[in-house]
Design a protein around this ligand. Sequence first.
Ligand code: MG
Ligand code: MG
Length: 629
Amino acid sequence: MKTSIATVSISGELPEKLDAIAKAGFDGVEIFENDFLAFDGSPSDVGKMVRDFGLEITLFQPFRDFEGMPEPLRSRTFDRAERKFDVMQQLGTDLLLVCSNVSPVSLGGIDRAAADFHELGERAAKRGLKVGYEALAWGRHINDHRDAWEIVRRADHPNIGLILDSFHTLSKKIDINSIRSIPKDKIFIVQLADAPLIDMDLLYWSRHFRNMPGEGDLAVTAFTAAIAETGYDGYFSLEIFNDQFRGGQARPIAADGHRSLIYLGDQVRRSPNVSSLTVPAMPERAKVTGVGFVEFSADEKDAADLAGILRTLGFRKAAVHKSKKVGLYRQGDIRLIVNTEEKGFASASFAVHGTSAYAMALKVQDAKDALARAVALGAEAFSQPVGPGEVEIPAIRGVGGGLIYLIDEKSSLGRFSEIDFVPMEDGAEIAPAHLEHVDHIAQTVAYDEMLTWLLFYTSIFEAQKTPMVDIIDPAGVVRSQVVENASGTLRITLNGAENRRTLAGHFIAETFGSGVQHLAFQTHDIFATAEALRKNGFKPLQISPNYYGDVEARFGLDPELTERLKADNILYDRDEQGEYFQLYSMTFGEGFFFEIVERRQYRGYGAPNAIFRIAALKKALRPEGMPRI
Ligand code: MG
Ligand code: MG
């Protein structure tokens, strides 16, 4: 599988784009005619620059409104084609993309189009060039790859072939089985794009909302598998028109693109009837069986405050690290680590972000395999020196530069807390709060990083993304999307903040970047937990009394239940499966907070309650007399 990307997919001047594309690891690049218009150089300069970056030009495009033209327009289109051929020879590429005609004056007729292509093939052959024909979903007469293939077949010329583009086929729900009967040598190149399912005009959808394979909702994997089953093992080229990408940073978007293709290739390689695709081998997506620990970096003062809050939540300090200023707090299955070291990564993270949950450990079946997969998909491995005899836990960089440690039971990694820590007795009087395990980890990111992290998690770990929901913050919209596995042992909510006046945006501004904004623990009895928390002096987030009138009416709750919820500031939600109870802490540090949830078969995350939680947090954060944030 050779990887390519169209220059239109990313932002910047041409040299900047090519640099990002080459660094991301692509083999080739599609050059658009506009690239010369914006760049101060001749086609041969562009060609040389591309090759200097170690890239190959996979095709030149676009050539529009070619087939089926009446005279005298027909003769003129051939003249135009000859000029494109001149440019291609200077560029140093042999493939021209012709997209299906959208001109209102064009004439229909498969044989007429086939005759035009035969003649174009003759002209291309004289110069050693090839022409690929692509059916646009909105082409005037040809808007289906099956018709385009029939034209190519009847053109019957070795220099004329077909170009398949996942968007044009999948957006129109054209049967992908039809691809399996196309001979592989007649597929000149394959263009790939995904897109979120939005009901809108095809042309507008295509030009503004395409995204990388795996980031949207189209069946790009099945489409690619159908192509691979023909034996095709040529270039797969990303052609992504997306306003956000064009306004974003070239490097991370190119890196996302490359990751999406490698991930796609890996999925297709595993499908039953594919044997020809050459894709780097890597272990399967890692199955996450739980959250091993969450680690905070803090200074001594904040660490003492945090320890106080943890004790009100029913946590006990269970151990201290043998060689570092690191404490371990436990309750049920939950392990929280507080790191106050003045050197190393935790300290560096504290210097930038302040007190924060900068690292988490995910329990997987094989940590080494999980690391190998992550690295194969372009993730950055992390390591720092450990003391003699201490466990070196494999890690990768995640959201906001934080760490994701990978631990397993098959090696000593699962026993790191016994090996590296000395147990201790926490003398404090603490009522057990029945917290059992981490329910979810909520990370806040800038909106334009959302797709990056969705792809990161779903490509490395066995998990799915849920549809995006909008959470209305009084100061703007926050987009929220969940990455979770079927068993619920991995649940990460990603919140994308568009502006810093929203609570999520404020969090990003205050903490100098993305990170874990809240941590939710699960209990089996929220009322018993609330009672224990009260005994421990826990300070819950105060929910407006108006909420309870609303929730009682909305769900027809027993007034007695409503009173209990209100007394303990518990939020309530219900879906088709069951009920959900939520209880929040006040914020700590730069806006971090804890959540406690009880799920009674409920699958969601209480999205309808978010607006009430945000309002309560904003009220709590606002000192008297200060303006609203
Ligand atoms: Mg295309
Ligand atoms: Mg939550």
